[in-house]
Design a protein around this ligand. Sequence first.
Ligand code: SF4
Length: 184
Amino acid sequence: MWYSDKAPVTEKKYSKSILRYFKVGSHIGLTINPYQGCHHRCGYCYATYEWSPDFYDKIYGKINAHEILETELNSWGKKSILPVMISSATDAYQYAEARFGITKRCIQMLQQYQIPFYVFTKSTLILRDLDLFRNYTHNCFIVWSITTTDEKIRRVLEPGTPSTTKIFDTIKRFVDSAIKFALT
Ligand code: SF4
């Protein structure tokens, strides 16, 4: 088993930077990772190698992320800010977000500075922020990550994720609100 049989613990941490460049082929973008570690515990996760060995069991919330983000947005200047991916190495709407609200504060900051962004998620907690997205449809989209519609497989492969039925219900709410999306 790649994770312990106990629920993950959550802790606060303070970060010195939050906006990071990434490169995939010829594409260069920016990403924000509000958390280190991921409660979704996907067996195939590519992100574990760059983090701590307890990636699935200890989730760190970067509690000062929105303040660092504001400082970086001011110092970088708006012209140099590319669309921001939330997130590349964690799920920004995993359960820890219900406790910390870090992703929500970062999104509010991006909206305040009129920065385009897109969110990768397989979580239903994103519904909490539906109004935020609804008011920013011109400048954001969601990438819904769905591995399988077979619940038996999902429970083994992605044991911390919501059921497929719930994620499809969530997607429908976003589609009904005219929020752009992609599926992966
Ligand atoms: S949701 Fe993404 S970051 Fe989280 S465990 Fe799964 S693949 Fe890794």
